[in-house]
Design a protein around this ligand. Structure first.
Ligand code: FES
Ligand code: FES
Length: 163
C-alpha cells in the first residue's frame, strides 16, 4: 500500500496516547494486537459472535473485530491490559475469576472481563439469570460457564468482598 493511502489516527489506550498511520481496512483488533502489542485482546471468530475481542470504547464495551482502527480516531480505549493497577494488583473482577476458577485455557477471559466489567460496576448482588444474560454475548469452550457466574457473583457481592 502506498504511504499516501495510510490514514493518521490518534487514540488513547489504557491512558497512553498513540499516533499512528494505518491502512483504512485495518481492524481495530489487529491494530491493538499487531501495532500496539496489546495481545491480551483475543481474536476468535472475527465476525462479532464470540466476544473474545471485547474492549471498551469511551467506556462502552464493543467488539474490536467489528470496527476499523480509523473509526476510533480521537477516542479513548481500554483493553484488558488496563484493568490491573500499575503495580500489578489485579482488578477485583480479575481476582474473582482467579479465586472461583472462572477460566481454564483463558482464551475467552479477556473478552468476558471487558464485557462484564460495566455490569459488575452497575449491579449489586444480581440474580444468576441477570448474570447469565449479561454474559450472553461471550462464548467459552472450556468452563461450562458456571464458574464464570460464580466469579461475577463474588465480584458483585458488596460488603467485605466488594470490588
Ligand atoms: S473475535 Fe470479535 S466477536 Fe469473535
Ligand atoms: S476458558 Fe477456554 S475458552 Fe473460556
Amino acid at each position: 500500500m502506498e504511504q499516501s493511502d495510510l490514514r493518521a489516527i490518534s487514540v488513547v489506550v489504557n491512558g497512553v496516547s498513540h499516533r499512528c498511520r494505518v491502512e483504512p481496512r485495518l481492524l481495530l483488533s489487529d491494530f491493538l494486537r499487531h501495532h500496539l502489542g496489546l495481545t491480551g485482546t483475543r481474536v476468535g471468530c472475527e465476525h462479532g459472535v464470540c466476544g473474545a475481542c471485547t474492549i471498551h470504547l469511551d467506556g462502552t464495551a464493543v467488539r474490536s473485530c467489528l470496527l476499523f482502527a480509523v473509526q476510533v480516531d480521537g477516542h479513548e480505549l481500554r483493553t484488558v491490559e488496563g484493568l490491573a493497577a500499575s503495580d500489578g494488583t489485579l482488578h477485583p473482577l480479575q481476582e474473582a475469576f482467579r479465586d472461583t476458577h472462572g477460566l481454564q485455557c483463558g482464551f475467552c477471559t479477556a473478552g468476558f472481563l471487558m464485557s462484564l466489567l460495566p455490569f459488575v460496576e452497575a449491579h449489586e448482588d444480581p440474580s444468576e439469570a441477570e448474570i447469565r444474560d449479561a454474559m450472553g454475548g461471550n462464548l467459552c469452550r472450556c468452563t461450562g460457564y458456571q464458574k464464570i457466574v460464580a466469579a461475577v457473583q463474588k465480584a458483585t457481592r458488596r460488603g467485605e468482598e466488594s470490588p
